[in-house]
Design a protein around this ligand. Structure first.
Ligand code: C2E
Ligand code: MG
Ligand code: MG
Ligand code: MG
Length: 287
């Protein structure tokens, strides 16, 4: 991240940042201010049914509209937020905003699912299920419209506790998804035991599958694995018509990626969905 920091003149996050240093303290206070002063933004990236092209939902992705640095991507503050525990405040913010956005979309006649990313710390937060339960009551929404995305590494950090939290969330009716599948060290034994309903194939495999046969094989095997376990499977990182078509041919259920749309400010989302027409993926499109 060094180049970026120099460019914007101020430190954001770098992997070696000492949590107790002066830099860290000021970043933490900036993040607190960001929440208080409404500098965080909810972005939404659509998820489509790869077979019909229908929009099924969206993933909630956070951005920081910094007064001096401009739009800061999550990778420049999420790892820091996780390291310091601030992620809980951030997760609360994102789930509240997602619920509010869901309500607004519903009022516009859209009945979509929203996916929210949880971190390791969130999984260890004993109050999270109760917080989420309260949230859906407040917003009068059904738990199953929210899908919670968890990475393999977040689960493997403390598998037993993660499993307890996931069981509780599942009992409450929330959908659960394993994010960035294939990049972590998950154990298939856990995968079998966990009450998840979806696997998300990491974008590194999807973006490489057109030119690398091994990546294509990994994608194919993951789709089969998911289906054999009775799970839905989603591909992230679809950047071309060809990738879409290939994934559909492999029976991958859903997809998201720049070819469909980049994450956009929530204010643009309803109009985008209303204007959406699934592309016709004939051979000409693929030339
Ligand atoms: P993720 O959960 O795997 O989210 C997907 C990321 O892939 C997003 O990056 C999205 O913009 C990007 N992406 C989607 N399609 C394409 C594509 O076709 N090409 C390319 N090159 N990229 C694509 P983003 O928004 O920068 O987020 C990065 C990561 O930051 C997320 O990865 C997630 O791990 C984390 N993150 C973002 N928002 C939140 C949040 O609210 N809470 C938590 N805990 N983590 C978040
Ligand atoms: Mg995700
Ligand atoms: Mg992902
Ligand atoms: Mg990813």
């Amino acid at each position: 991240y060094t180049a970026k920091q120099k460019q914007s003149g101020t430190m954001v996050y770098h992997p070696g940042l000492d949590a107790h240093s002066q830099e860290s303290l000021s970043l933490l206070s900036e993040l607190r201010r960001a929440v208080e002063h409404n500098e965080l933004r909810l972005y939404l990236q659509p998820k489509v049914d790869l077979h019909t092209g229908r929009i099924l939902g969206a993933e909630s992705l956070v951005r920081w509209q910094h007064p001096q640095r401009g739009l800061v991507p999550p990778m420049l503050f999420i790892p820091f937020a996780e390291q310091t525990g601030f992620i809980r405040t951030l997760t609360t913010w994102i789930i509240e905003q997602s619920a509010r956005a869901w309500r607004e979309m519903y009022a516009h006649g859209l009945d979509l699912r929203l996916s929210i990313n949880l971190s390791t710390r969130d999984l260890l937060d004993q109050d999270l299920p109760a917080k989420l339960e309260q949230l859906i009551k407040t917003h009068d929404m059904n738990a199953q419209v929210l899908c919670l995305e968890i990475t393999e590494s977040a689960i493997m950090d403390d598998p037993q506790r993660a499993q307890q939290t996931l069981e509780r969330l599942h009992e409450l009716g929330f959908k659960l998804s394993i994010d960035d599948f294939g990049t972590g060290y998950s154990s298939l034994a856990y995968l079998k035991r966990l009450p998840v309903h979806e696997l998300k194939i990491d974008k590194s495999f999807v973006m490489a599958m057109e030119r690398d046969l091994d990546d294509a094989k990994i994608v194919r095997s993951t789709v089969d694995l998911a289906h054999n376990l009775g799970l839905r499977v989603v591909a992230e990182g679809i950047e071309t018509a060809k990738a879409w078509k290939l994934l559909d041919a492999l029976h991958c259920d859903e997809g998201q990626g720049y070819f469909i749309a980049k994450p956009m400010p929530e204010q643009e989302f309803v109009a985008w969905v209303q204007a959406w027409q699934a592309p016709v993926l004939d051979d000409e499109t693929l030339e």
